[in-house]
Design a protein around this ligand. Structure first.
Ligand SMILES: [Zn+2]
Length: 354
């Protein structure tokens, strides 16, 4: 399968992340993307992805990024580290104050205070910004756009090996290790090219709050997510079953939150339903937010999925018979992430050829 990969992902390398009341070793690290690349090349004796199938991203510029994200937010991401550093801060950018429920007075960021500006654009505190974060995020978006362009130009499917991930990034907030919403940018690119109904299927363990927010009042993008119940896990404040879209988008957002211990039997019912809804919808293209933190051994997950399950899930997705772009999201079991991602793509590829 054609795979787009940029070495620039490694420019985003968090030193630590806030969890459990202190800083710990981060889980969203450059080794993830390298392990996926190596896993793809070695999977099935090298039959899934050959060295020739690996492509560097082209530079499509900022048009699609700005079609999804607010320009002031993009400017913030581009410039905050330099400002933070110039102000004498020695550590990575970490937010510490928010326009929270009891302080809704201001709906714009403070003009001068950096802590306030960071909090305004952050939705969580575990995600740090370093010198190379913007470059890495920009090239992850270009990676998604390059994979999408290949599919728009007639290839049946492609994989954007994006890092940092994207589905938690909203129109104007970062968090959950995400800065630019690569899957949303891919979906928008299909729309921009003339598609009227694009399916975004999110199989990451976490709810893609950013993707939901971005398309919540639209019907040209139908977002369906299978994820850990936010009563039990991040992002906690979005991803419930009663969130169905609004305005003309009502009925075009669907959440399947699942409890701790969820395995294949329950999970695949959701996937089956999602596929039926997409067929009824008349989807013209599919973007898959491909997170493999649903794996039974993942440090962030309480699901119990296996590599055999991923093969079968890939087959089910293939049966939609849609032009398909896979976008890498989460997955933190470094030892298995390469084979986990490959299993999805191999199941998909085998079913397409059959
Ligand atoms: Zn996740």
């Amino acid at each position: 399968m054609l795979t787009v990969f940029s070495e620039k992902h490694a420019l985003h390398a968090p030193a630590n992340e806030l969890a459990g009341g202190g800083f710990r070793a981060p889980v969203e690290i450059p080794q993830r993307a390298e392990a996926v690349r190596e896993g793809l090349l070695s999977f099935g004796g090298g039959t899934l992805c050959k060295p020739d199938d690996l492509h560097k991203p082209d530079d499509f510029g900022s048009e699609m990024i700005l079609a999804i994200h607010d320009s002031d937010y993009v400017e913030f991401l581009r410039t905050i580290w330099q400002a933070w550093n110039a102000a004498g801060n020695k550590n990575d950018v970490v937010p510490s104050v928010w326009p929270s429920r009891s302080m809704p007075g201001r709906t714009v960021p403070p003009a001068h205070d950096l802590e306030g500006r960071v909090g305004y654009y952050a939705l969580a505190a575990e995600t740090t910004i370093q010198e190379g974060t913007w470059q890495a995020a920009y090239w992850a978006a270009q990676t998604a756009l390059t994979a999408t362009a290949a599919v728009r130009n007639g290839l049946g499917a492609a994989f954007g090996l994006c890092r940092p991930p994207g589905h938690h990034a909203s129109k104007n907030q970062y968090g959950g290790y995400c800065f630019l919403n690569n899957a949303a940018i891919a979906a928008q690119d299909f729309i921009h090219a003339g598609a009227e109904r694009v399916a975004v299927l999110d199989v990451d363990f976490h709810h893609g709050n950013g993707t939901q927010e971005i398309f919540y009042d639209r019907k040209d993008v139908y977002y369906i997510s299978l994820h850990g119940d936010p009563e039990h896990t991040f992002p906690n404040f979005l991803g419930y079953a009663d969130e169905r879209g609004s305005g003309v988008g009502e009925g075009f957002n669907l959440n399947f939150p699942y409890p701790p211990g969820t395995g294949w039997n329950l999970w695949q019912e959701g996937l089956n339903q999602a596929c039926r809804y997409y067929t009824d919808y008349g989807a013209e293209a599919l973007v898959v937010s491909l997170g493999v933190d649903t794996f039974h051994n993942d440090p962030l997950s309480f699901f119990r999925l296996t590599q055999e399950d991923y093969l079968e899930a890939g087959r089910m997705i293939a049966q939609l018979n849609l032009p398909t772009v896979f976008i890498l999201e989460g997955g933190y079991d470094i030892e298995n992430i390469g084979e986990n991602v490959s299993s999805y793509l191999a199941g998909f590829s085998q079913a397409r050829k059959a």
